[in-house]
Ligand binder design. Sequence first.
Ligand code: SF4
Length: 388
Amino acid sequence: MTKPSTKLPPAWHFEQGPIRPPSEAHSLLLRVSRNCPWNRCTFCPVYKGSTFSLRSVEDVCRDVDAVAQHLDLLRRKLDEVDCDTQGVLQFLHDRLPPAQQAPFRAAAHWLTGGLQSVFLQDADGLVIGPAKLTAILAHLQATFPWQFRITAYTRSPTVLRFADEELTALRRAGLRRLHIGLESGCDAVLEKVHKGATRAMHIQAGQRVRQAGIELSEYVMPGLGGRALSERHARDSATALNAIRPDFIRLRTLAIPEGIPLYEEWRRGEFEPCSSVEIARELLLFLQTLDGITGELASDHVLNLFEDLTGTLPDDQPRLVAMVQSFLDLPAKRRCLYLVGRRGGLLRGLQDLNDPAREAAAQDLCRQLGATVDNVEDICRSLMQRFI
Ligand code: SF4
């Protein structure tokens, strides 16, 4: 006779991770694993010092059930009373036991955001494997019987562990979009930053996601090659994307906060960051090299040099190229004004310099910080730290 186990099953509690893409701001965040299974990229501060672990399918499904229960309660209460939604939400939240407040907040956030999408966290939603993921997707679809988008971050090496049929099955089970950090299409850059994927792996993984009918969002990191590899980084990233043809290209400019391996390399003189003008030149070459892509370019991050560098490819390509070129053509003092205004959070793009109030605010900030053409890069670096 087998001895009964004395081990108690780990207690379930509702969990959500720290990170989601900006485009998933209104999504229900469903944590299928904790932290990053790779965690070695030298530029990435997000999960350093945290240990990766999988969550069980049962626990993830309990999270789904907890959200569903609160969603039911919320809908009933909001139908019953005729007063402001936020007031009702706060009133209900404050009367719940602490353990129920997190799933309540998740349900309320999802409800007020329109119940349109679910994002599987953390850094790699596919790492849980096809069988477990399919079970979670099935439970989601059965619990919430309306049309919604399911998306996740993943890594190219993880995608390559899935057979084509498994990717197609995930799409059929409801997985609509994958977000992949390409970062660079240049092997020298990928190797230097310990991305754990080569250009060929990125291309193959991206193409297979697209062939499975899953939408693909690829993230590119301007500046990641530093001065030494800037040109190759721009050209190779664009040509890799030309081969993949993703639905979305998203820009995330490199920032170097203290505590990440790349910061130490910089301090030791082993990495020389690009200046803002060099980043703009890199962007220009990148945009000029993109070819045959029919998707969206998004610059939806505060660290980017131009937050309005967005458009539909290929139609908007000439406009986007002209936008970056016009920054490079600015007189040095005007460029300095833009950079301080942008890094100070006052300007989103060059057009904002035509707004007298915004321009005056940028001038003020330049005066306060003592910004000049010579020190503007140092000032911008310290301003950017606020957004990391
Ligand atoms: S794979 Fe993504 S989350 Fe993980 S260390 Fe690299 S950039 Fe960070």
